[in-house]
Ligand binder design. Structure first.
Ligand code: ZN
Length: 252
């Protein structure tokens, strides 16, 4: 096989590995961010409960003031009662007093309900606060663990990066540039195997003549559909061209 092709394959494998390690770091950070967000959501919910309790308390004051006013109307009505002269006036006053009494009774029920609601909101806020405290403690430990894991992945990344530099230097500037443009345009996959005449990047069949050209392995050929650089290895070879020097997770 052409040496340039071997180098391109090795470069592709290091870049695939680098992308994989980047994803690993990203996943670790995202998991942590997700848990941090969950705690923040609970904190916000606790604040909402406290705000709701304050609102309920305010409405309780309003209702109480209205009840006191009704009590005042009862006293006033009872005073007037001593001075009424007609039975019609008497009836009207009695009705007013009864209505005020009913209002006070309804108010009592309502006040009780509001108090219960307020207590429930406050209790929920306390419960959420406690949950948050516990989770924050766990999270602090988790941050340490994730940072350590990220550092580990980063160490492996540095090694792969060093190998990449070596492979990249073995290519001509023009070839490297072509590879890197392709890598960017083709979602991190610039060098692909051709298998049974089919591009393993875009899965389009290449013309038979081109397949034969690629098989000869004397120079570089690109997929006519996706422009990725082709390489060929006999089928019994399982498809793995992994350069022996590329680190494996098992090596760790
Ligand atoms: Zn293709």
């Amino acid at each position: 096989m052409n040496e340039e092709i071997s180098t391109l394959i090795a470069l592709q494998e290091t870049d695939t590995k680098l992308a994989e390690l980047d994803r690993e770091i990203e996943t670790l950070r995202q998991e942590l961010a997700g848990r941090e967000q969950a705690v923040r959501d609970k904190e916000a919910l606790a604040d909402q409960c406290r705000e709701k309790a304050i609102e309920l308390e305010q409405s309780r004051h309003g209702i109480k003031a209205a009840a006191e006013e009704a009590a005042g109307r009862i006293r006033e009505g009872q005073m007037k009662m001593m001075q009424v002269q007609t039975s019609r006036e008497h009836q009207a006053l009695l009705k007013e007093i009864e209505e005020a009494k009913k209002q006070i009774k309804d108010t009592d029920d309502e006040l009780l309900q509001i108090m219960e609601q307020t207590e429930a909101e406050e209790a929920q806020a306390v419960e959420l606060d406690n949950l948050c405290k516990g989770e924050q403690k766990l999270l602090a430990e988790e941050v340490g663990r994730v940072e350590k894991a990220v550092q580990e992945v980063d160490k492996r990344r540095v090694k792969v990066q060093q190998m990449r530099i070596k492979f990249a230097q073995a290519l001509s500037t023009a070839q490297l540039r072509r590879y890197e443009v392709l890598l960017q345009k083709r979602k991190g996959l610039a060098v692909v195997r051709i298998l049974d005449g089919v591009c393993q990047g875009c899965f389009m069949a290449a013309p038979p003549q081109q397949f034969n050209n690629v098989r000869r392995g004397d120079k570089l050929y690109s997929c006519p559909s996706c422009q990725r650089i082709f390489y060929y290895i006999p089928e019994e070879n399982g498809g793995s061209m992994k350069a022996a020097s590329i680190e494996d997770d098992e090596d760790e």
